[in-house]
Write a protein that binds this ligand. Structure first.
Ligand SMILES: Cc1ncc(COP(=O)(O)O)c(C=O)c1O
Length: 547
């Protein structure tokens, strides 16, 4: 992805131009800067009123809010909690922190929210709860999810980190489940810098949450603790900012909804999808997102916008594809498909109509024929210095070994590619002079990718292709560049076909390979086998020009 130019339109920026400064100065002047003070009580009380709950407890971020909610419900080892795979990772991590097992469900293609039919299918005798995540500000189907929880006698936790201001049939999200959480990180609809809230209508749960949040301090004896508690308290300074933000909540949400409507109107006729807004819900549009129709357009479009000073974000990667949760191979095809096609556009309430117009015009210009075609064809182009593809030689041995050790640290072999090398193996490969082919992709003197064609030497006519890109360097088109290089090498050396293997859940790689012409068939152990015919290499992308 190209770095965004100066004078950029950011994805998010908080508006702190209300009473924030005045209230913070009051904290400083009064010396009430820690986790006691008048702003804390006031923020919690006003927040309860706004959301329509009885009890709110302010905490230091949205992740600990989730952990606190789960601990409050007594969720722990041996329990299962159902959670959407298409979410920010914190929702899943919080389950893992308790020792419980996150059980992933797929998303609905139209709303992108967790699929109630899949939720029902995943319930076992160990299921203790459903973690509902109202993604990007759109409420989940709370009729269906509350019915499932009630029917099975399991807890419903609502992660409303992204959905402050969102309503389902007139009720604010966070009021449907047993307990709910919010985040006030700097890019959230209202912010406290870092901060979060745990809310509930249940007096017992509220008391338990408060107890665990404050180090498990017993009610009637000083310095006596009767549970293993946590220090998850918010400071008075953060609450002061939160209170000032809350005073402007309606203004922020109204503006964000106007922005979403303006984007929707401006992008009419462009090959992208946006959330609709059915009458029974209020979407707070924390992030205003689009889905491109063709996944191959996603990264080139992001690069195109970045070159024009417009910052974007990809949709979240489905958590089941991340190394620490990919141990059991799974597929969630809807979430994978959405994740690979989605882009979050600038969404902060201070955006001007003119800036929205700029973003819309840039997206429209991308889809004008020549621009899109050129951009997609050069998706593998370098971002900073031109990357160099070098045939592996002895000079690469030690840096290749280090590269693979780094990949092991990222757990890459779990989900991305089937081969990993030790330093010794890398050294022997670097010394290799036979027909199989190994190359490295260097950028700025550093190995950022590795590719190989193997199998010729074992007598196979069809070489197997494998590539791997350093995780911090992914998303820059290096994979595409390596693939095109290997294709050209295979064609030059007379191969008729190339073969590769990919894990089923690696949606990103599958989309890339498909866009390069690979056709897939089922393999073993949760893998697909892809084939690329090289007969027509006259029409294939050139060795470097397309990569
Ligand atoms: C869905 C979701 N849950 C939880 C969190 C965690 O909140 P925080 O960043 O305040 O820890 C976020 C934050 O970005 C989120 O988007």
């Amino acid at each position: 992805m190209a770095s965004v130019k100066a004078g950029a339109i950011p994805v998010y920026q908080p508006d702190l131009s209300g009473n924030e400064k005045r209230y913070v100065l009051e904290c400083l002047d009064s010396t009430w800067i820690s986790s006691k003070g008048k702003f804390l009580g006031e923020f919690e009380e006003r927040f309860s009123e706004y959301v329509g709950v009885k009890y709110s407890h302010a905490v230091c971020n949205g992740t600990v809010a989730l952990h606190l909610a789960l601990v409050t419900l007594g969720i722990g080892p041996g329990d299962e909690v159902i959670v959407p795979t298409l979410t920010y990772v914190a929702a899943v991590n919080a389950i893992a922190y308790t020792g419980a097992t996150p059980v992933f469900v797929d998303s609905l293609p139209d709303t992108w929210q967790m699929d109630p039919v899949d939720v029902r299918a995943k319930i076992t005798s160990r299921t203790k709860g459903i973690m509902v995540v109202h993604l990007y500000g759109q409420p989940c189907d709370m009729d269906a999810l509350t019915a499932i929880a009630r029917e099975h006698g399991i807890f419903l936790v609502e992660d409303c980190a992204e959905a402050f201001g969102a309503r389902w049939k007139g009720r604010h999200v966070g009021t449907f489940g047993d307990i709910a959480t919010f985040s006030f990180f700097g890019n959230k609809t209202i912010t406290t810098g870092e901060g979060g809230m745990v809310v509930t209508n249940d007096q017992t749960l509220a008391a338990r949450a408060k107890h665990f949040k404050g180090q498990g301090l017993a009610a009637h004896r000083e310095y006596w603790h009767d549970v293993i508690g946590y220090n998850y308290r918010m400071t008075n300074i953060c609450a002061a900012i939160g209170l000032a933000q809350l005073e402007r909540a309606e203004e922020f949400i109204t503006r964000k909804r106007e922005l979403a409507a303006a984007y929707r109107e401006g992008l009419r006729g462009v090959p992208v999808e946006m959330h609709g807004e059915p009458a029974h819900l209020i979407h707070s549009h924390w992030m205003i997102s689009i889905l491109v129709n063709d996944a191959a357009d996603r990264d080139p479009l992001r690069g195109w916008l970045a070159e024009r000073g417009i910052e974007t974000r990809p949709l979240f990667y489905p958590v089941h594809t991340m190394p620490m949760y990919a141990v059991r191979f799974q597929r969630h095809p809807v979430a994978e498909n959405l994740a690979w096609r989605g882009i979050n556009l600038p969404s902060w309430p201070g955006l001007t109509d003119g800036q929205v117009g700029e973003v819309v015009s840039a997206i429209r210009a991308f889809f004008e024929d020549g621009n899109r075609r050129n951009k997609v064809a050069s998706a593998g182009a370098p971002i900073t210095t031109p990357p160099i593809i070098a045939t592996v030689g002895p000079e690469h041995a030690s840096s290749l070994g280090e590269f693979f050790e780094r990949l092991n640290d990222f757990g890459v072999e779990n989900f991305f590619h089937p081969h990993s090398l030790t330093v010794e193996e890398a050294a022997s490969r670097a010394a290799y002079t036979g027909r199989d082919f190994y190359c490295v992709l260097m950028n700025g003197g550093k190995i950022v990718g590795y590719g190989m064609l193997r199998g010729w030497d074992e007598g196979y006519e069809i070489p197997s292709l494998g590539i791997v890109v350093d995780p911090p360097s992914q998303g820059h088109g290096y994979g595409r560049r390596l693939m095109n290089h290997l294709r050209a090498v295979a064609a030059e050396r007379g191969a008729r076909r190339i073969r590769l293997t990919v894990h089923l859940e690696n949606a990103a790689a599958i989309a890339l390979y498909r866009s390069l012409g690979y056709a897939f068939q089922d393999g073993e152990d949760g893998k697909l086998i892809g084939f690329l015919e090289l007969q027509n290499s006259a029409t294939a992308p050139g060795k470097e020009s397309a990569g």
